[in-house]
Design a protein around this ligand. Structure first.
Ligand code: PGA
Length: 248
């Protein structure tokens, strides 16, 4: 069970353009105030304009990845310190698309989370099982293994991260986990975090995977769901705002 204020994060993925971003951010800004924390994680090139648009507001922004390295010969990568220079509050790490398409390992994800925290950027660590793993009854083992690497690497800083449970089969499919399915996994993750940190109620565990205005409220009514990581629905201001309103 968590006592933390809810958090709704938009994951724009590889979407956007100057005019589309301006319209989307204006739509979100115009709908304030929200009763929850709200952030958008945007493609790297748009961090600067997002920072300018949101600087005077209580909305936060972040990136969708960061390097595990501080600096050096890593062509194409972006360090957490660079994200901090752009005012990023958050960096998503270990999204299933990066695990699947870029071969990111559990330990690699944990190293990214550590690098983010080291620069004052809060990592949003994604975990989640594939459909095959769920059908094989491996959900608990998979998410525990993914989280365990991060817990061991972050050690005493564990409670400073955000966790996002995103079942891979629910991402971008329109097929959300049921509130009960999500709660079951969130409860497991909370217990694992409690054993590691002693104060898991402070750690926000977001649900992600086809969150929409019409399923947000019932997901948020679950005791261990502290918010959402929203993909597709974060690209339409009206939908994203409706999800934020459902959160608080
Ligand atoms: P979705 O994506 O909301 O489009 O399912 C969620 C995510 O990948 O973070």
């Amino acid at each position: 069970m968590s006592a933390a204020r809810r958090l709704v994060v938009g994951n724009w993925k590889m979407h956007g353009s100057h005019p589309a971003n301006a319209e989307l951010l204006a739509g979100i800004l115009g709908a304030r105030p929200f009763g929850c924390d709200v952030a958008v994680c945007v493609p790297f090139p748009y961090l600067s304009e997002t920072a300018v648009s949101l600087a005077a507001s209580d909305l936060r922004w972040g990136a969708q990845d960061c390097s595990a390295h501080a600096q050096g010969a890593y062509t194409g990568e972006v360090s957490a310190a660079m994200l901090a220079e752009f005012g990023c509050r958050y960096a998503i790490v270990g999204h299933s698309e990066r695990r699947a398409l870029h071969g990111e390992s559990d330990q690699g994800v944990a190293d990214k989370a550590k690098a983010a925290l080291g620069s004052g950027v809060t990592p949003i660590v994604c975990v989640g099982e594939t459909r095959e793993q769920r059908e094989a009854g491996e959900t608990a083992a998979v998410v525990k293994r993914q989280l365990s690497a991060v817990i061991h690497t972050l050690a005493h800083c564990v409670s400073e991260m955000v966790v996002a449970y995103e079942p891979v089969w629910a991402i971008g499919t329109g097929l959300s986990a049921t509130p009960q399915q999500a709660q079951e996994v969130h409860e497991l993750l909370r217990a694992q975090l409690q054993a590691a940190s002693g104060h898991a109620s402070r750690i926000r565990i977001l649900y992600g995977g086809s969150v929409k205005p019409d399923n947000a409220a019932v997901l948020f009514s679950q005791p261990d769901i502290d918010g959402a990581l929203v993909g597709g629905a974060s690209l339409k201001a009206a939908d994203f705002v409706a999800i934020c309103r459902a959160a608080g």
